[in-house]
Write a protein that binds this ligand. Sequence first.
Ligand code: FAD
Length: 580
Amino acid sequence: MLFTIHSLAVIAATFILPRLASAAPALVRNDGACRALPGDADWPQEEEWETLNRTVGGRLIRGVPLAETSCYSTNVSATSEACVTVQREWASLAPFIADPVNIMAPYQQNNTCSPFLAANANATCTLGNMATYAINVSDAASAAAGVKFAHTHNLRLVVKNTGHDHLGRASGRGALALWTHHLKDKTLVDYRSSLYTGPALRLGAGVQVRELSEFAGANGLRAVGGSCPTVGAAGGFTQGSGHGPLSSAYGLGADNTLEFDVVTMDGQHRTVSPDQDADLYWALSGGGAGNWAVVLSVTVRAHRDGPVAGARFSFSREHVTPQVYWNAVEAWMKHVATLNAIPGFRSMARVTRSGFSLDMATLPDASVADMQAALAPFHNTLARLNISLGENETVQHPSYLAHFDAYGTNSAETRNMTIGSRLIPRDLVQDAEKLPPITEALRSIVDESTAGDPLLVVMSNNVSHIYNDNAVNPAWRSSLFLINMVLMSSEQAPWPKLQADLAEMNSWQDRLRLVTPGGGSYGSEATFDNQYWKSEYYGSVYDRLLQIKQQYDPDFVLWNQPAVGSDLYRLRDDGRLCTA
Ligand SMILES: Cc1cc2nc3c(=O)[nH]c(=O)nc-3n(C[C@H](O)[C@H](O)[C@H](O)COP(=O)(O)OP(=O)(O)OC[C@H]3O[C@@H](n4cnc5c(N)ncnc54)[C@H](O)[C@@H]3O)c2cc1C
């Protein structure tokens, strides 16, 4: 059924004369200070779009909101069978991944055209902040045609892969999107360079994390990907840094890059590496998503596969006092500092109002006994606190893929999530005076929020010892763990609720900032409007990144928020992107 909807969406979306182009009288003539929007005098003429469509072999697609046909057109309603089907498939995220312009974050698309709100008299269905057209990129030539068209016609250009990005970096009002989802080639490479000699994987830009793990596993290898199976491996994940179950063993996604095959904003097709366009390679390896070039493929290190020990356990808060519960959470943070000494150990735990669960512990090339020994001191602490474990499992899987499939989740109960984050410095957790204020800040966020039921995800990524010269925010190297804060709202949430959630998340980030001086944030899992974004998402690499941006994309054809240099432009209230 999903396939049917996707097919219909694509058929409906395939090049149609641009109705938006003629929807309004031409009023605005941009002088280059603003990007053109549909309806402007300098928005491309119908024939120009048709020419572009012919140039890219008929691969130009008009953006259509996912629920428009099924929930908002004539003779349908929120209770029509087609609309109910769209509602059912919404949370799986699959419709967004398979669409050229629709993105997952409702805030970033102005909460428009929700299938869940279609019954409301004042519900609207517009493209909102999503791109007006997309090119279904098949090769360097089709990407270059899009870059040149955007440049020539003063359009905003965005790259869209899976649409996971919660900062809205894969979308833009009036933009031309380059959709990389179908670049699915995967090749095993015997790689030789000044940087690295050994097995490597060349991954098309559309390859997703589970596809990467499956391909690596089929070749007796493993490679760094995220915990979520459907995030794009070569897109926002790698460009933004990219943490996952193998990060403590092999570094972040960005630490594993060897070269990128790209189209730059001058329309050139290049292979960039530490030996060729080294600055651009450096920026693409962790310097932020969607801001440097159109990536067609990335080549990453691969590592010999073998058994992986895994564990999960949980305890409920039901029978313990708040004090004891937070003592236990604090004890876990301290224990992570101990686990940090075990090479390759990585954990992902969640803390909520109802309990604690270690959802996934990963120890590559280790046994069940190794894993049990690593966790035993913490279990003893729980016993001393009179806390009994609910679920408690330790296993060894024969391969990384088996481990990933046993523990990896979509990690999205709803797409309507607001996410913030903080990288917590190692030295603060190890300081008896500095840790309690951190625990207290977490307690106040979880126990006192009136915005909903907060979820904290505490992920240890020991990436201090793995340093490739790249643009990863240096705060990663000195952090003991990343805390993601998640606020979930219902799909029916109205716009004021989404605004309130975002404000609440920024206030949580503020609270953690106060007690974690020297920390940073993971810019791919944080708020787009954090006023400290430069120092917290990029740190000391920001200035060099800005020089590289000005060298490779001086006209800011690619622009997203909060990318390096994005404050040189600003989005006006009507969505028009103009110089600041
Ligand atoms: C449910 C969920 C789970 C997640 N789990 C993890 C995790 O385990 N680890 C982790 O590190 N992060 C995780 N993230 C965050 C994720 O890494 C970011 O949202 C990331 O930006 C997604 O990248 P994408 O390419 O899949 O998505 P998109 O939204 O399509 O793109 C994101 C950004 O990357 C750019 N981009 C994509 N493809 C290209 C390309 N070919 N060339 C140039 N730019 C490109 C886009 O322009 C945009 O700026 C998760 C997010 C969600 C929603």
